[in-house]
Design a protein around this ligand. Structure first.
Ligand code: NCD
Ligand code: ZN
Ligand code: ZN
Ligand code: ZN
Length: 443
């Protein structure tokens, strides 16, 4: 018979939170319910007192391979993912070389199959002249376009080139933008005034207008303020098809933390005011996904003369959100919507993100009562630090199953590199070439 039975846990199901059992046969969930017969399973895991969550999906990570493997690689980055309760991550293309053509993309896809510990999807990267090529890279989970510069040298700041990508990339597939306006970023940074909210507002207004013009899908990376949420709401009301994500650092850190952390708190977009962070938390119902924007840099780099922007986040996101649940600021239902169902829906991963028959056997067992201090257990990310170090959190990842196999158990990774698979989008591929209304209609 075979099968893995996870018994008597508190299941976070799409319909609500309930006590019950989950049976996984092979790689797939086959039964969810109360009192599944023990005889059906070869292996039984007692989950009494534990939360049973769907494997989390992080739609925005930087795994630094190729070209930055002193910071992270596909194995260390996916180990950090498992430790954080993620069974799938979507990796950004700002590597060296960046994933901007068929050959580098195919090579990165092969490396995923050799080195990853959990499932990994890859974004293709937009450049000034690759709109035709990336539009046919159907193994990508989406296209990433940097409207303003961030870490790495991917940048598409000219209107002409932005028009080419927004107009050419399949309109049913997510075009993900780093929406800080290039000209604004350059001006403010050259006047040592950082990257104020205006940079994000200008970039976002432009991205939403372009998406409306071409009637195409848009995914907005790392939204940081209520003002951005208001722009997105207005665009949605005009029929623009836009989804968005927020990061734990923009939800739970603010300007005072940036001052305390110095270069360790440097990130694009920057940490905002406490009022902005509060507005972002208050607006979470309009947000589709939590994304960590896991962007590891070494402590040496961060403390050097030119600290790069970016923060690691894979190992801290779920504990931070569960701590908000323990404080009754958020429901568990919202956590799984934002960290599993939402990313699966936005990126067309129909077989992931839910505990339901037919879905992959990706399961996280969490002790909801465990209180611990971030940093007391060694980080699995190669960069080895966290901007949240020293903070007490409630809720700890105990075990993680990837497609039915125990991949992580209390700090230890149990599967070899290569256990992860390349994730290809499943749900929107069919819709991609369907007849769509003509472009050139402004909202
Ligand atoms: C990211 C990185 O380091 O790759 N840095 C960051 O500050 N967020 C790039 C990005 O997502 O903008
Ligand atoms: Zn069965
Ligand atoms: Zn970015
Ligand atoms: Zn990023």
């Amino acid at each position: 018979m075979g099968g893995l039975l996870i018994r008597g846990g508190t299941l976070a199901l799409p319909g609500g939170v309930t006590l019950g059992d989950v049976l996984i046969e092979g790689e797939v969930i086959t039964h969810v319910g109360a009192g599944i017969a023990r005889a059906e399973a070869a292996q039984v895991v007692d989950a009494a007192g534990l939360l049973v969550l769907p494997g989390l999906i992080d739609p925005h990570v930087h795994l630094r391979e190729p070209g930055g493997t002193h910071k992270e690689d596909l194995t260390s980055g996916t180990a950090a993912a498992l430790a954080g309760g993620f069974t799938a991550v979507l990796a950004m293309p700002n590597t060296s070389p960046p994933l901007t053509d068929r050959e580098t993309f195919a090579q990165a896809a092969r490396r995923v199959e050799e080195k990853a510990l959990c499932d990994v999807g890859l974004f293709a990267g937009a450049t000034a002249d690759n709109s035709a090529e990336v539009a046919t890279l159907r193994e990508a989970v989406g296209l990433k376009l940097y409207m303003g510069s961030s870490t790495g040298n991917l940048l598409v700041d000219k209107l002409e080139d932005q028009l080419a990508h927004f107009g050419t990339y399949p309109r049913e597939l997510p075009l993900a933008v780093h929406a800080e306006d290039a000209e604004a970023v350059t001006w403010f940074e050259s006047h040592s005034r950082g990257r104020p909210v205006l940079c994000a507002a200008l970039g976002l207004a432009r991205a939403l207008s372009l998406a409306g013009h071409y009637r195409r899908r848009l995914h907005v990376c790392h939204v940081t303020t209520g003002r951005e949420l208001a722009l997105i709401r207005a665009a949605r009301e005009m029929g623009v098809r836009v989804t968005c994500e927020a990061t734990p650092h923009h939800l739970f850190l603010a300007t005072a933390d940036a001052e305390r952390l110095g270069p360790l708190g440097r990130v694009n977009p920057p940490l905002r005011s406490p009022a902005d962070a509060a507005a972002l938390r208050a607006g979470l119902r309009e947000v589709d996904c939590i994304a960590t924007d896991h962007a590891p840099h070494t402590l040496e780099e961060k403390r050097g003369p030119h600290p790069p922007a970016g923060l690691p986040g894979l190992e801290t996101a779920l504990p931070l959100l569960l701590t908000a649940v323990a404080r009754r600021d958020l429901s568990l239902r919202e956590v799984t919507r934002l960290m599993a169902e939402g990313p699966a829906r936005v990126f067309g991963l129909a077989h992931k993100g839910r505990i339901a028959p037919g879905c992959d056997g990706d399961i996280v067992l969490v002790d909801p009562a465990a209180k611990w201090i971030i940093g007391e257990r060694a980080f699995l990310t190669r960069c080895g630090w966290s901007p949240f170090a020293g903070q007490e959190v409630q809720g700890r990842v105990e075990r993680v199953f990837v497609r039915g196999r125990l991949a992580y158990d209390e700090g230890r990774v149990l599967l070899p590199p290569g256990s992860g698979r390349l994730l290809r989008p499943t749900t929107h591929t069919a819709a991609t070439t369907a007849a769509a209304p003509a472009p050139n209609i402004d909202p």
